[in-house]
Design a binder for this molecule. Structure first.
Ligand SMILES: Nc1ncnc2c1ncn2[C@@H]1O[C@H](COP(=O)(O)OP(=O)(O)OP(=O)(O)O)[C@@H](O)[C@H]1O
Length: 598
């Protein structure tokens, strides 16, 4: 990970502040940026020198019939051409190095932030928008901050330098020429302000397009099984069409801007010719002076056109910088408190003290005063009607969310007072969707414990009843499994996830003991693996129970109903006393079809 830190944490007041903040990322690459700027200024100086060489060749050489000045001028022109080539190359190379550095730092900082952002953020954020910010928005900022900014400064310096030169050559003519520069500057200013929101909308549309694509790729099976292809093509097409319209609006705005800039630029020449002609007529100016003045005027207008061109890049970059910094400045809700201490090695006592919870932006309280104490080594089954808050409750232990009232205590420590790393490293979480990362089977099992030995990995796989199918894979533990574990069946993925949890040997285990629709043999294997994991008395296990065998074995069963514990106890007690428990038992749980031990 890079050592770059965002140069400032304040929320940018607007596009301009955002672009200034992006420019501050150049500080780490100041040598490259200054080198690029210097090279570009030298290219401009070389450009300014060429007419002088031609003037020397004509006035001092050809006019007087002398060869030496002509040879000198030709030599000078060759040197200028070489210099221009060298400095152009240096400018491009150094600007690219600086801009790639800035893009690298921005992407790193964004990715680090995405890793830390709370689940509540992801409940509302669209993945496509996040992807767009890390790719297209960073690219827009990069393009401007690297080469654009250097060209901008060089053009501004040229404008200032040429203005000074023109004023020095002939103040009256210069003022006449500069009259046309004022409207150009106003045009550019209003252009950048108008374009910024348009570019912001463009990036947001690109995000929506990416979200649609990403949802469709994830949901390919659902789309195909409901014959939704045509509908999805239409949905994508709609956003795609909006994106095209927005792009065309921008092209329109860009195309409309240039004729005006060019009109005022030409007006400048017209003013010079008009006023100059009038002054020649009154013998206040020579023809040669007017021609010289006019060629320097061209050096003023050229960077002005460059500024016009860069204005679009600036608008785009500032709209993107706003989006990048908005993400970088998003507060991380669940994070280490100042003074948070590491959680000592867990015994496994869990106390929920009048726990209340509501999701951000929702009025409804999902958990409404849950109080219970779980002893070390207990297997605790959580049951409840659908939507009663089971998943919400278990998400509070690893602090995927923080309680909105009451407290969760582990061995007497409020989970909010200890460091997240020490808290989560002592917990194993196995949920229904067994996600695997692209990498080898071994890497996936050792995800929580990368230093594990091959023997430890194999022991975990054995206990998770995964060893047999792993051995049959083409490269065994070195077989590369794809994104989301493509290439493995649902049941195999689930057993790898169980092996992953077993390897970290957590004192506290949170799991969903459901088995996906698999054949009877695989189901028995998965259930065997789950039982190994949760019935180990060295750990406290909190299980969203889906199987009767789990509740029969549980030391404690919590029955949730509308965010409250409606009943608790062991299987025999609850069967005798709780109507709700019996209802759930009858309607929701999988019978002990394949469970010899149950
Ligand atoms: N991220 C979220 N944002 C807002 N509301 C949510 C979120 N997740 C869940 N809810 C709501 O909270 C309530 C409890 O959901 P939860 O997933 O905890 O229930 P559950 O008991 O696990 O249900 P099930 O057995 O159906 O999985 C539901 O009404 C659900 O709509």
């Amino acid at each position: 990970m890079s050592t770059s830190a965002p140069p400032s944490s304040g929320r940018p007041a607007g596009g301009f502040a955002a672009i200034l903040r992006a420019l501050r990322y150049l500080r780490r690459y100041r040598l490259e940026a200054l080198g690029a700027l210097l090279s570009l200024l030298l290219v401009s100086v070389a450009n300014l020198g060429a007419p002088q060489m031609i003037r020397i060749a004509i006035d001092q050489g050809l006019a007087r019939g002398e060869r030496r000045p002509v040879m000198l001028a030709v030599g000078g022109l060759v040197a200028i051409a070489l210099g221009r080539g060298l400095f152009n190359f240096l400018q491009g190379y150094l600007a690219e190095r600086a801009s790639q550095g800035v893009a690298f730092d921005l992407r790193d900082a964004l990715f680090a932030r995405i890793q830390r952002l709370s689940f509540s953020y992801y409940d509302q954020a669209q993945t496509g928008q996040l992807l767009t910010r890390l790719t297209s928005d960073v690219e827009a900022v990069r393009t401007f901050v690297g080469s654009g900014a250097v060209q901008f400064v060089a053009a501004a310096a040229m404008v200032a330098g040429c203005t000074g030169l023109l004023l020095w050559l002939d103040p009256v003519l210069a003022l006449a020429a500069l009259l046309s520069v004022v409207p150009i500057l106003f045009l550019l200013r209003s252009f950048t302000t108008r374009m910024r929101p348009l570019f912001g909308q463009l990036q947001a549309l690109l995000g929506t397009l990416n979200t649609t694509l990403q949802e469709d790729l994830r949901g390919l099976r659902v789309v195909r099984s409901f014959s939704g292809e045509a509908r999805e093509v239409e949905r994508y097409g709609r956003t795609n069409e909006q994106l095209r319209t927005q792009n065309l609006r921008l092209v329109d705005a860009l195309a409309n801007n240039f004729p005006f800039v060019s009109f005022f630029a030409n007006l400048g020449t017209l003013m010079v010719v008009g006023v100059g002609g009038w002054r020649i007529f009154h013998q206040q100016l020579s023809l040669g002076e007017l021609l010289a003045f006019n060629s320097y005027l061209a050096f003023l207008l050229m960077p002005l056109m460059t500024l016009g061109f860069l204005a679009a890049s600036l608008s785009r970059a500032s709209a993107s910088a706003l989006r990048v910094f908005e993400l970088l400045d998003t507060a991380v809700e669940v994070t280490d408190r100042p003074g948070a201490v590491p959680l000592p090695p867990l015994q496994g006592r869990i106390e929920l003290r009048d726990v209340r919870f509501r999701y951000a932006g929702s009025e409804r309280e999902i958990l409404r005063g849950v109080s219970v104490t779980l002893e070390p080594g207990q297997l605790v089954a959580v049951l409840g009607t659908t939507g009663s808050g089971k998943s919400t409750l278990i998400n509070l232990l690893p602090r995927f969310y923080d309680v909105t009232g009451g407290a969760v205590l582990l061995d007497g420590h409020d989970v909010r007072d200890v460091t997240l790393a020490s808290l989560r490293s002592q917990m194993g979480v196995v949920l229904q969707d067994a996600l695997l990362f692209s990498g080898t089977v071994r890497d996936n099992i050792a995800y929580g414990h990368p230093d594990a030995t091959q023997a430890q990995v194999e022991a975990a796989a054995e206990a998770a009843q995964a060893a047999e199918f792993i051995r049959e894979l083409p490269q065994g533990y070195d077989t590369v499994v794809g994104e989301r574990g493509v290439g493995l069946s649902g049941g195999q993925r689930q057993r790898l996830a169980i092996a992953r949890a077993l390897l970290t040997d957590p004192r506290l285990l949170i799991l969903d003991d459901s088995t996906s629709a698999v054949d009877a043999r695989t189901e028995t294997a998965i259930q065997g693996a789950l039982d190994t994991l949760m019935r180990d008395k060295r750990r406290t296990a909190l299980v969203i129970a889906q199987r009767i065998s789990t509740v029969r074995d549980a030391d404690l069963i919590l029955v949730l109903d509308e965010g409250r514990i409606a009943a608790q106890g062991r299987h025999e007690e609850l069967t005798a006393t709780s109507e709700l428990y019996n209802d759930i038992l009858g309607s929701q749980l999988q019978p002990a079809r394949q469970e010899g031990a149950a």
